[in-house]
Design a protein. Structure first.
Length: 475
């Protein structure tokens, strides 16, 4: 615990939804929901306008649509959000060498380590300047909490929402926490909260008064002891600049349960390719391949295989995931599949046997492709799907025979550019038509036009920056 409020917690306000509103003038001030739009999709972020209807993160999308039927429902653009996050993290890095990102839109900063603050007044000045810089750089708002510990700084930023700053002076933690629900403390989820409620503890002051021995009896040594300290406002966790990744994984939930074994195998192979792409992007390799299968009855199975050395070879990971799949009964149907790699390292242990198998597999695939004239098998479909997804635009829909693309699908909210009308975004599509609103982040709300989904003048495009950088004469 510190004597000065020099730990800063930044939390961007309704980040995904706010970024979409900033990019789309016609959506400003209106309810916006970002998430999976299929029957089993969930809400990733809801704008504050949508939250007034009861919509919140992790809610099933079907329920959100019933609560806010007139909201704009958009597919996430993670590459876009990541680019904004990088701008924000760069601003935080100018404040201190100790920045601990928790997600794309949230981080702790140790202002003391940056030499910018040693008391409440200087810490508040840094926090206010940061909020101004974030708005000028990204066009978005963030809420700042300042305190003598990470736990209290995070609580302060939550109280500051939206677009505010709250500073909690060290020494006032217990008074602040006492009347609050036990759920405000880190590590107290619904199950632990219910367990404590049955024991007669609903507020943080109840925990402090119960004593450490009672909490240890209820929750176990580690959890009970740490919870007793937090109930008294004590948290000495440092801001950690770098967190070592423990695993890399990807997963997909399907709108309709998968029953066909060949289709399931194809999806596992596609996920393995995506997982390796993320693995390589992070500069890692891994030894343990993990397969996750959630079946029709919501039962979830996890299977793993540990290799002799770390790898980032897509063929090795794909084949290992395929072997794990063979040991799973999928006859009742599959609603979710995931592939992950753990036991990460920053080097690759060359496995001669795996390499030999990989080369053999590549030769077999090459021979098969040559024999079929290079037609679209599972591998071709997978690579086409990944490249379209990374472009963030229209995805070719394969024919039932695995042949040529028959129609482009346009994701709601994604960026497009028309040869005549310029930049815009997809409002919706169906029955062979796509509706586009043509506007830019710095323009007035734009006009809506409808085109054929295969209009040659309409193409996916990269997102425009939220803040326009005007070119000065003579620059």
């Amino acid at each position: 615990m510190r004597a000065a409020p020099t730990i800063l917690h930044l939390d961007m306000d309704a980040f995904f939804a706010a970024a979409e509103q900033a990019a789309k003038p016609s959506l400003r001030g209106k309810p916006v929901v970002v998430g999976g739009l299929g029957p089993r999709g969930v809400v990733a972020t809801a704008s504050y306008e949508a939250r007034r209807f009861g919509v919140h993160s992790a809610m099933p999308m079907g329920q959100a649509r019933r609560l806010a039927p007139n909201a704009a429902y958009l597919v996430p653009r993670f590459a876009f959000y990541r680019s904004i996050s990088e701008q924000v993290m760069e601003l935080l890095g100018r404040l201190s060498p100790l920045v601990e990102p928790l997600s794309l839109d949230e981080a702790f900063v140790d202002l003391e380590a940056g030499g910018l603050a040693d008391d409440g007044a200087s810490a508040r000045a840094v926090g206010e300047r940061l909020r101004v810089d974030i708005l000028a750089t990204t066009g978005l708002t963030g809420s700042v909490g300042l305190a003598g510990s990470k736990m209290i700084a995070k609580i302060a930023s939550e109280e500051a929402k939206p677009d505010g700053l709250v500073l909690i002076e060290p020494g006032t933690e217990r008074e602040l926490l006492g009347p609050r629900s036990v759920r405000i403390l880190p590590g107290v989820g619904p199950a632990t909260g219910e367990h404590l409620r049955r024991a007669g503890m609903t507020t943080v002051s109840d925990l402090a008064e119960a004593g450490e021995d009672e909490l240890v009896r209820l929750l176990g040594r580690a959890h009970g002891a740490s919870l007793h300290l937090m109930a008294q406002g004590y948290d000495d966790r440092p801001v950690v600049a770098e967190r070592d990744a423990k695993s890399v994984s990807v997963e997909d939930t399907f709108d309709v349960d998968l029953h066909d074994r060949v289709r399931i195998r194809t999806e596992v192979e596609r996920l393995a390719e995506r997982c390796v792409a993320r693995l390589r992007a992070s500069g890692h390799s891994g030894r343990t391949i993990v397969l996750k299968v959630r079946r029709y009855d919501f039962s979830t199975l996890t299977r793993s295989e540990t290799l002799r050395g770390p790898t980032d070879d897509p063929v090795v990971v794909r084949e290992a995931a395929g072997r794990l799949l063979e040991a799973v009964d999928t006859t009742g149907g599959v609603r979710l599949l995931g592939v992950g790699v753990s036991g990460l390292a920053d080097y690759t242990q060359e496995d001669l046997f795996a390499q030999a198998e990989a080369e053999g597999e590549r030769e077999r695939l090459g021979a098969s492709a040559a024999a079929s004239g290079g037609g679209g098998g599972a591998g071709a479909v997978g690579s086409a799907s990944v490249s379209a997804e990374s472009a963030g635009g229209a995805v070719p829909e394969e024919s039932a025979s695995g042949g040529a693309a028959v129609e482009r699908r346009w994701a709601p909210g994604h960026d497009v550019r028309h040869a005549v009308h310029g930049a815009g975004w997809v409002q919706g599509s169906g029955v062979g038509r796509v509706t586009v609103r043509f506007e830019e982040p710095w323009s007035a709300p734009g006009r809506v036009r409808t085109f054929s989904v295969d209009d040659p003048e309409l193409e996916p495009s990269e997102p425009l920056p939220l803040v326009r950088r005007e070119c000065r004469a003579g620059a």
